[in-house]
Design a protein around this ligand. Structure first.
Ligand code: F6R
Length: 613
């Protein structure tokens, strides 16, 4: 959460910083600010609210900013202190010469602040970040060396941080460091960038260095890297796997709509190189699970948050079905605060689009310490989680800009199908014929999604008809319970309508009390073993006058009588129905939010990469 960008080079710095912040807006967007060194003086510009407000501020200062060639910028998702201008980054030391931007949380900031106040520092904001500015300034006063000041000050900090630091008296130097928060250095021709994430720099360079925890990088006309003990480190320069074009809306009104439409190709992409031929085994090159390891596994734990947690729930179903290994699924934020009975005979699977979610990362580290094999399913093979992994399944969805996850969810689902089939093949738990049948179904899923995407009018109609309802209930059973949760989450996130997913059998154990003619109940009614059961649950809702919507792949005539609105999707084997059912629910949430005039790509209070616990 929060986005950092920094630049030193020959380009007009304000343009580079604003452009970078625009690409990081998905990380938070409640206030923003930049600091530059213009004519030997530190100048700071900040604004509350969206980045556009900062752009408006800067247009009044073009004369004084145009020659600056070094600067740092920040886009905030507030943790400590309200999202006001005063709390917006950058923050400075008392004299205003040292300036920093920060992403993360300083856990011991209260103690540090008390000490610093005693030493005469005067604080202006309510943020934890300002403490770090004063702390580095204190060290700088002693050492007169910005790199060392950053290195020594950060030794006193507890918590997570990525920092960009400049000093007025050193107009040709940018220093950065990190611990448990992402930060990379982009390397251009005679220029350097720092950024929380690749999109901020990909238009300028594909060469980058990912900082490891506690390393300090000093950028002047050259790059110097040291570790926490002041030892020189040789930078490991990587080529970034992203294309700048991924960051364009390509004519769609919102990134979310574009990303929903990308899903057929995303699935093809996930499958390519992993499922060559239905008669050949699945190839997951970075999965290091041997027959021996699988034989000795007592259980599997899958940990994740939000949408990734819903993909994990489908994953549990698949692994248990194909491999007969017991699987537990848990929210990472719960997993980390109870007795961890994981051991070396437990496979721990972490699922994360960003690969940076703090709770999941902590959970992974905890189980790694217990000796478990760690398998990460992530859209970011360059992320911290991927670097912690013993085995990796890259989901290959391409960069996802919209805060609400869509294509990364279906790509995670497909990754779970591949993983479960791969494990079944290694373990020998499915016969050849079944494996071939399953693979056949898997490879035709993109065509089925294309059919849904070319028949959106029915979903638009449904959205229009139901957009003004205050509450929604989504029901499903079996493998699609997770689909109900995910559909409801999408609606909540972008339209702010209260939506809840229930396993349909639970309706009569309490939630049914809420049903009346004002409550739409959406049933995810896929053909298969729970079809008739779910139909009975829908009847129970009808008897309480609820308005019934069906998302179904059945042509059953009795549905016409029972349901007020039917969204029809292609037929598919029940085991693959979560993929087919997810897309119309994403579209329904999208069209309702769009109809209500909501900020679809940047819903209030949310951020895409949740790097704080
Ligand atoms: C929902 C959404 C969030 C994330 C969650 C976990 O649309 O995007 O619920 O799924 O914050 O994030 P990752 O997958 O990056 O660990």
């Amino acid at each position: 959460m929060c986005g950092i960008v920094g630049y030193i080079g020959k380009k007009p710095v304000v343009e580079v910083l604003i452009d970078g912040l625009r690409k990081l807006e998905y990380r938070g967007y409640d206030s923003s600010g930049i600091a530059i060194n213009a004519g030997g003086k530190i100048k700071i510009y900040k604004a509350e609210g969206k980045l556009q407000n900062l752009v408006d501020v800067l247009t009044k200062h073009t004369e004084e900013t145009k020659t600056a060639k070094i600067g740092i910028g920040h886009i905030r998702w507030a943790t400590h202190g309200a999202p006001t201008e005063i709390n917006a980054h950058p923050h400075t030391c008392t004299c205003g010469k040292l300036v920093i931007v920060h992403n993360g949380i300083i856990e011991n900031f209260k103690e540090l602040k008390e000490e610093l106040i005693k030493k005469g520092c005067s604080f202006r904001s309510q943020t934890d970040t300002e403490t770090v500015a004063h702390l580095i300034a204190q060290e700088f006063a002693q050492t007169k060396d910005l790199t060392q000041a950053v290195r020594l000050a950060t030794k006193k900090i507890q918590g997570a941080y990525a920092l960009g630091v400049m000093h007025q008296d050193l107009p040709g130097m940018l220093v950065a460091t990190k611990r448990n928060a992402p930060l990379l250095v982009g390397i251009g021709e005679g220029e350097f960038f720092i950024a929380s994430d690749v999109p901020a720099i990909i238009e300028h360079t594909k060469k980058a260095l990912y900082l490891n925890d506690n390393e300090v990088v000093t950028l002047t006309t050259e790059m110097k890297l040291i570790d926490a003990e002041n030892k020189k480190v040789t930078p490991k320069i990587e080529v970034l796997p992203w294309e700048p074009v991924a960051l364009s809306k390509m004519g769609y009104k919102h990134f979310m709509l574009k990303e929903i439409h990308e899903q057929p190709d995303v699935i093809r992409n996930v499958l390519s190189g992993k499922l060559y031929n239905i008669d050949e085994p699945i190839s997951l090159k970075e999965v290091k699970l041997t027959k021996e390891t699988l034989k000795n596994l007592h259980r599997i734990q899958v940990i994740a948050c939000g949408t990734s947690l819903h993909a994990a729930m489908v994953g549990k179903y698949l692994i248990e079905e194909f491999c007969s290994i017991p699987v537990d699924v848990e929210a990472s934020s719960e997993y980390i605060y109870r007795k961890n009975v994981t051991d070396k005979n437990t496979l721990v699977i972490g699922v994360s689009q960003s690969g940076e979610t703090a709770d999941t990362l902590t959970a992974i580290k905890q189980s790694k310490e217990k000796g478990s094999h760690i398998l990460i399913i992530t859209n970011r093979p360059d992320s911290t989680m991927a670097r912690e992994a013993d085995s990796l399944v890259p989901v290959s969805a391409g960069i996802e800009v919209s805060v609400a996850a869509t294509k990364s969810y279906t790509a995670q689902l497909i990754s779970f199908y591949l993983l479960a089939l791969y494990m079944a093949e290694v373990k020998g738990s499915l016969d050849e014929k079944t494996l071939v049948e399953l693979k056949k179904e898997l490879i035709v899923l993109p065509q089925k999604l294309e059919m849904i995407l070319s028949n959106k009018e029915q979903i638009q109609k449904c959205a229009k008809a139901y957009a003004n309802h205050k509450d929604f209930i989504y029901i499903a059973r079996g493998i699609n319970f997770a689909t109900a949760l995910e559909g409801a989450l999408k609606l909540k996130e972008i339209s702010y309508i209260n939506a809840t997913g229930y396993p349909a059998g639970e309706l009569k154990h309490g939630p049914i009390a809420m049903l009346d003619e004002t409550m739409p109940v959406l049933s995810i009614l896929m053909q298969g073993k729970v079809y008739e059961k779910l139909l009975s649950n829908a009847e129970e809702a009808k008897a309480r006058n609820a308005k019934l919507i069906a998302l179904t792949n059945s042509s059953d005539k009795k549905l016409d009588e029972l349901f007020d609105f039917i969204i029809k999707i292609p037929e598919v084997d029940e085991i693959f129905s979560p993929v087919i059912a997810a897309v119309p629910l994403q579209l329904l949430a999208y069209y309702i939010a769009e109809f209500l005039g909501k900020d679809v790509d940047q819903p209030r209070n949310l951020a895409k990469s949740v790097t704080v616990e």
